[in-house]
Design a protein around this ligand. Structure first.
Ligand code: DGL
Length: 265
């Protein structure tokens, strides 16, 4: 059982930031990655549609006999995780729980800014999870829909990106946040610029790294960690293939991806 692969899915290739973090922490795990590039973005879709897509993504991964599933997409976690957990017996880990735990790991965190897609912000999933755990916390949510396209253009330090970020960050900085939660697969690529713009007194928490840690704890608790000494394999399936997706995959994974296959869900 423990030798079976982990299934990780996202709306596109952004979830490869989570794959990278999982590979760093759990190098022995085989990973089957599904990116629903034919239907990306999920961030602007309705909750019903996101739930239907997420359900189809999970069904696809189950045909690969995976031992556990990671919902690497924040938007899909926000709208579909409870439904998926109820519907399937396989352990399913999302990114929100992990991000919330990472924020709360700092006992001083009292004023948290959350940036994410429109879909994630509209769900208030992070806000609810945080408010339940720490009373009196000030939580400021900000939808930042222009960031995914800017990151996909690789405009990571472009004047236009700085200008967009200034506008998005203004209400958060006015509320004097002490923590900035990056609640989207893509945003880890923007950490250097964000940190420069907000200064180092504000802690940045990204959900990719914390999700890998959370997954490790879950697999260990369930005694499902791969035990082999060899390095795990990664297979990538995308529902639409293009040169642009291959370029992006390399950027998010920070290395040359293995052969990418086109798959149907
Ligand atoms: N993967 C999505 C997320 O983390 C961002 C891209 C999209 O909108 O599909 O919310």
């Amino acid at each position: 059982m423990n030798d079976r692969a982990l299934g990780i899915f996202d709306s596109g290739v952004g979830g490869l930031t989570v794959v990278r973090a999982v590979q760093e922490l759990l190098p022995a795990e085989d990973i089957v990655y599904l990116g629903d590039t034919a239907r990306v973005p999920y961030g602007s879709k309705s909750p019903e549609t996101i739930r239907r897509f997420a359900d189809e993504d999970v069904r696809y991964l189950l045909t690969k006999q995976v031992k556990a599933i990671v919902v690497a997409c924040n938007t899909a976690t926000a709208h579909a995780l409870p439904m998926l957990k109820q519907r399937y017996q396989v352990p399913i880990v999302g990114v929100i729980e992990a991000g919330v735990e990472a924020v709360l790991a700092d006992p001083q965190a009292q004023r948290v800014g959350i940036i994410a897609t429109r879909g994630t912000i509209a769900s208030h999933a992070y806000q609810h999870a945080l408010a339940l755990r720490r009373t009196g916390m000030v939580i400021v949510e900000q939808a930042t829909p222009l960031l995914v396209p800017l990151i996909e253009e690789n405009w990571l330090d472009h004047p236009a990106t700085r200008q967009v970020l200034e506008t998005y960050l203004k209400p958060l900085l006015e509320k004097k946040i002490d923590t900035l939660l990056l609640a989207c697969t893509h945003y880890p690529l923007m950490v250097p610029l964000l940190q420069e713009m907000i200064g180092d007194r504000i802690r940045i928490v990204d959900s990719a790294t914390t999700c890998a840690l959370h997954l490790q704890q879950e697999l260990s608790r369930l005694e499902m960690l791969a035990e082999s000494e060899r390095e795990g394999d990664l297979s990538i399936g995308l529902t639409d293939l293009s040169e642009q997706f291959e370029i992006l995959a390399q950027r998010f994974l920070r290395k040359c991806p293995p052969q990418i296959e086109r798959v149907e869900v």
